[in-house]
Design a protein around this ligand. Structure first.
Ligand code: NAD
Length: 363
């Protein structure tokens, strides 16, 4: 199948092969390899999925462009070949600044093949039982590290993660030009969802929250409308108020609280034929006016993290299409991580950063 792939993706493969060959020519094992050239074979094939390269090792005899030693005594191991190829393709090198996509699939399954690897069995560094990243040195799967352009800070690199949630949510919502959008919750996820909805063409975005302080930041960041959800207000009344403030019912609602009453409001508020996206995660069982949604053809869609969003998010940040910097309200050195958690839990700021590099403590 390398020939088939070669044919389909000739340019990409050729580029990769050229780089690989030049690297291989300078590889220390190459000298050993030269001693028994008859046994050369190629063990590498590329599997390309949705424009990204995933390398797998296979066994193809005597491909002219690549020279791998077959004999186990002299061979470059598959893992080494894999590393060299990956470095060629991803263009990563030691010292690169990268944004880490925390979740990567643990194998190739139907979801992975369909490009929806967030639904595969994933390793996700921060969700138990998988370890998190509260440490100075951390090793991660290179395929899920994305080079940061020079004009992006490490903080922006870290915010690629929540931005990815928003991109995935807005893609699932199919937000497009002219849409009016309701965002429930002005936490970090609500705010990045607002930024992405605007970038995707929403004409007006209204954000609701129960805290005025959070709405203040939403306003500063450019929300068209904000709405404080008063205590004891019913979801039906809240939906009516949203319609009045917006001048119409929103075609899209992105629920970023996980709170039952906000989900109910989201259903009542969304225009018939529209779509409600559930990002917020609260109780596993929620009472909702499902029949109201069904009879008005309001689609309800879930969101589980994200997939294929990191390159987009990085481009959006690097080009200035979205500005996430105002989200960061607190910064703590690694030594004060516990304090950072208390601040985050108390909802005092918005995005609380833990800075692991002692030389990078400022924005
Ligand atoms: P957050 O707690 O900082 O923000 C939630 C906001 O909702 C708060 O500002 C809160 O005051 C507000 N809120 C509470 N009740 C409300 C109500 N009735 N109406 C309007 N606003 C209300 O959390 P966050 O980091 O912004 O994340 C938001 C949600 O998204 C969380 O539930 C989180 O678990 C979830 N999340 C889901 C995914 C996913 O893959 N689905 C990914 C990341 C986060």
């Amino acid at each position: 199948d390398i020939f088939c792939l070669h044919f389909c993706y000739k340019n990409v493969i050729n580029e990769a092969l050229a780089k690989f060959t030049s690297l291989w020519n300078h590889h220390p094992l190459r000298t050993e390899n030269n001693r028994s050239p008859r046994k050369l074979c190629c063990r590498v094939a590329a599997v390309i999925e949705r424009g990204r390269l995933k390398w797998t090792i296979t066994h193809v005899q005597k491909t002219p462009q690549l020279m791998f030693q077959e004999s186990s005594a002299l061979s470059m191991k598959n893992s080494e070949a894999y590393c060299i190829l990956r470095h060629c393709i991803l263009k990563q090198k030691i010292g690169d600044r990268v944004a880490i996509e925390p979740g990567y699939p643990l194998g190739v399954d139907d979801y992975y093949k369909a490009g929806r690897y967030n639904l595969s069995k994933v390793y996700f560094c921060s969700s138990p039982p998988d370890h998190g990243t509260l440490c100075r040195f951390y090793t991660h799967h290179a395929d899920y590290c994305y080079k940061l352009p020079n004009n992006l800070s490490y903080e922006e690199g870290a915010l690629v993660e929540p931005l990815s949630v928003a991109i995935h949510a807005c893609r699932r919502a199919q937000v497009t030009l002219g849409h009016k959008v309701l965002i429930c919750g002005a936490g970090p996820i609500g705010l990045v969802s607002f930024l992405v909805a605007k970038a995707m063409g929403a004409s007006k975005v209204i954000i609701s929250d129960i805290y005025q302080s959070r709405l203040g930041l939403a306003r500063t960041m450019g929300a068209d409308q904000v709405m404080k959800i008063e205590e004891n207000i019913t979801p039906l009344v809240a939906a009516k108020q949203i319609e009045q403030l917006l001048g119409c019912m929103p075609e899209r609602t992105i629920e970023c609280t996980g709170v039952e009453s906000a989900i109910q409001t989201g259903i009542y508020a969304t225009k018939s034929g529209g779509c409600l996206i559930l990002v917020g995660l609260g109780s596993p069982f929620v009472n909702v006016p499902l029949i109201n949604a069904a009879l008005r053809e309001v689609d309800i869609r879930g969101v589980f993290r994200y997939c294929n969003t990191y390159p987009t998010a990085i481009q959006m940040l690097a080009s200035g299409q979205v500005n996430v910097k105002p989200l960061v309200t607190h910064r703590f050195p690694l030594e004060k991580a516990e304090e950072a958690f208390h601040v985050a839990r108390a909802g005092e700021g918005n995005k609380v950063m833990i800075k692991c590099d002692p030389n990078d403590q400022n924005p």
